[in-house]
Design a protein around this ligand. Sequence first.
Ligand code: CTP
Ligand code: MG
Length: 234
Amino acid sequence: MGLWAILPAGGNGERFRQGGQADKLLATLQGRPVLAWSAEAVLAAEAVEGLAVACRAEARPGYEAVLRPLCERYGKPLRFAPGGATRRESVAAALAAVPEGVAWVAVHDAARPLLPSAWLDGAFAWLAARADSMGAVPALPIADTVKRKAADGDALGGTVDREALLRVQTPQILRRDILAQAHRAVPADTPVTDDAQLVELAGLGAIAWLPGPACNVKVTEPDDLRWADAWLAR
Ligand code: CTP
Ligand code: MG
């Protein structure tokens, strides 16, 4: 089977910086950088054999100082790839750095520090038991009522049936060749927000969803980091 983790870490964390902070991936949670938490979450999964990270050239020394000792501790190889202008481009670069012959990848946002490793191992075992599966992603129900915006002004434009909807996180576990094919097939200027969307747009098969861990927040704004800190201290 063979599984590598891909950590897209090529963003600039603009929304976090607007809150007056520096690089969100180096911001600390209980004294350790967010990047160390996210990387350890995937490295501690037994199924994961190695880590491919995409980041901006200027961020690499700082990130490598965090990641190299962790990968050594777990005895798993670390490869770097250049970050791209979009998350999709960063993932494509990291995907190209995954060794040939690795059949599966788990793409995990470097900005999600609280993933339980057991979720990744459980999901990979679920996939391994289904020979024809293309991949699986963590998904959660939506607790709030969901509305459309009216075309103009600040009026509401109707209520959406939330039972038909899911919010989707990472890690997104996908067959490596399917993801690579999807990257080639979908035009570079098509807006995409996750990896599964590329496979959907390329029409390469159905991807499963599995109940995701509610704690698996993405650090986007400074408040998300405070929430994560409080969750760890609970
Ligand atoms: N990412 C990436 N390459 C990009 C943009 C984003 O690898 N060009 C990564 C981020 O580093 C992050 C993940 O994709 O780990 C999710 O992106 P997001 O939370 O949006 O992070 P940023 O793009 O860095 O933040 P912002 O959108 O606020 O600038
Ligand atoms: Mg972004």
